[in-house]
Design a protein around this ligand. Structure first.
Ligand code: BES
Ligand code: MN
Ligand code: ZN
Length: 505
């Protein structure tokens, strides 16, 4: 989808469909909608007074404006999108409206559409931010994963071109900035979605490493991939233990973006869980729904995708993306419940349940980051089913040992509409990880499953500022919600990009 801005009056725009908007309760529209209304003889005001259009959020009304009837008006159709009450419009609302508009345009078979930036007029939202949300809504809302659907040739194809129409020349630069940012943020989130949706037989640790290498090559990043022998030598016994049951070799991925050369202190390490398939291992998962565990590398996908956008937008900070990729499989050489492994930092771990594998791989990924003088750590992981029990699938639980870094993550996520909420690392749940025979065990019993997992990771982060985002429930959805389709959401890719942009801004 190509997106461009044109400085012009809406009524002069050539497009298959012209998209304008309406706030709830407005009876005689102003701005662009008012201009269209006048050009088509007050038809929009009439539909409002007839009760046909209310301006409610998510309302979409298609009006046919054939040239024979309206010779002074170029577009042959107008789509009026409801924005809800004018005092409640925000960036999330714009993203949501834009997503439903783009899907409506596709169902209409429109190839090319013109639209105004919702919310940037009387909504009073800063035009670059409003445009970024519009672009994100369109690109993310149109997303489908169709590469393995070879027979349904009848499906409607995507809108090819969007023209953003703005009459005020002073807003054009800001709108262009919004298009650039929105495109980079969305394309990254789409990369993460594609990787999560990819079946496990098509995406091995080696395949994920190839993607990282390609991203690095295309964007001037460095990428190092360590093999089993390398990580064994580094002492990553927790990570190697997880990979032991599988036959596809592990790949430890480390990508680097240098936005503040020579200032090695100014760094941010993004660490993503990279289980390319989580069967549970010897502690085998039940069959129902196990296929979803192809997405257990969602954290890794999001850090690889985020560093791509970061390298394009160039904040002044050094960013590292790390993903300890491996399958978690049962087999004759798989690790067993009861085994004890030693992590890179020397700590010993009793394997109570081989299905609590994510924290084991993260322990060594963090050990690696600290050995390279990481100053700030943010890990992202599809870590616990308990995350869904705690907060549902609309909010990701966040834990951390540093208020400033936690707040920076929460603020970034709020800014891009990827909800997160901090949960406490209390001393009672911490004790649940104690083992009789090792320093720690990899499960913490029934209560506070997301918290005990976070405690486990925190023991490896030590005193270094660290935040953990559990995306087990938010990384994949069962049904479409706003700009997030059923299947992979790409969450929290845009939050990570935003975090780096704010830190290096
Ligand atoms: N990858 C899973 C967590 C998960 C569950 C992600 C559902 C997405 C959807 C993780 O490795 C896991 O199996 N966690 C266990 C931990 C338990 C054994 C302590 C869980 O949550 O049940
Ligand atoms: Mn597991
Ligand atoms: Zn897992």
């Amino acid at each position: 989808m190509e997106i461009a801005v044109v400085q012009s009056d809406v009524v002069d725009t050539e497009a298959d469909v012209l998209v304008v908007n309406l706030f709830e309760g407005v009876t005689s529209p102003g701005g662009a909608t008012g201009a269209v209304d006048s050009a088509i003889g007050g038809l929009i005001s009439e539909l409002i007074s007839d009760g046909e259009i209310s301006g409610r959020a998510s309302e979409l009304t298609l009006i046919h404006t054939p040239n024979s009837a309206y010779p002074a008006f170029k577009p042959s159709r107008v789509l009026v999108a409801g924005l809800g009450k004018d005092d409640s419009i925000n960036l999330d609302g714009i993203r949501r409206v834009s997503a439903s508009v783009i899907r409506k345009l596709r169902s209409l078979g429109a190839k090319q559409a013109a639209m105004v930036v919702h919310g940037a007029g009387i909504g009073g939202i800063e035009p670059s931010a409003a445009t970024q949300s519009l672009v994100e809504g369109a690109l993310l809302g149109a997303y489908r994963f169709l590469k393995y659907r070879t027979t349904d040739k009848e499906r409607k194809s995507d809108v090819e071109k969007i023209i953003i129409v703005e009459s005020d020349p002073s807003k054009i630069d800001a709108i262009n900035t919004g298009i650039t940012n929105g495109t980079a943020y969305s394309q990254a989130e789409i990369l993460a979605r594609d990787l999560v949706n990819e079946p496990a037989n098509k995406l091995s640790p080696a395949d994920l490493a190839s993607v990282a290498e390609q991203v690095a090559k295309d964007n001037g990043l460095t990428c190092t991939v360590l093999e089993e022998a390398d990580v064994t030598k580094l002492g990553m016994g927790a990570y190697v233990g997880v990979s032991q049951g599988g036959s596809r070799p592990l790949k430890f991925i480390h990508m680097t973006y240098e936005g503040d050369v020579g200032n090695s202190e100014n760094n941010l390490w993004l660490i993503g869980k990279g289980i390319t398939f989580d069967s549970g291992g010897i502690s085998l998962k039940p069959g129902a729904g196990m296929g979803k565990m192809k997405g257990d590398m969602g954290g890794g996908a999001s850090v690889i995708a985020a560093i791509r956008a970061i390298s394009q937008l160039k904040p002044k900070i050094n960013v590292h993306a790390v993903c300890a990729a491996t399958d978690n499989m049962p087999g004759g050489s798989a690790q067993r419940p009861g085994d004890v492994v030693t992590a890179m930092n020397g700590m010993t771990i009793e394997i109570d349940n081989t299905d609590a594998e994510g924290r084991l791989t993260l322990a060594d990924a963090i050990g690696y980051a600290l050995s390279k003088d990481a100053v700030r750590l943010v890990d992202v992981a599809t870590l616990t089913g308990a995350a869904r029990i705690a907060l549902g699938d609309g909010v990701s639980p966040v834990f951390g040992n540093d208020d400033d870094l936690v707040n920076a993550v929460l603020e970034a996520s709020e800014g891009v509409g990827e909800s997160m909420w901090r949960l406490p690392l209390d001393s009672v749940t911490k004790r649940q990880n104690s083992s009789k025979i090792a320093d720690l065990k990899n499960t913490g019993g029934r209560g506070g499953g997301s918290t005990t997992a976070a405690h486990f990771i925190s023991d490896f982060a030590g005193d270094t500022p660290w935040v953990h985002i559990d995306v087990a429930a938010t990384s994949m959805l069962d049904s479409t919600r706003g700009w997030m389709p059923a299947g992979a959401t790409g969450v929290p890719t845009r939050s990570l990009i935003e975090l780096a942009m704010r830190m290096g801004g």
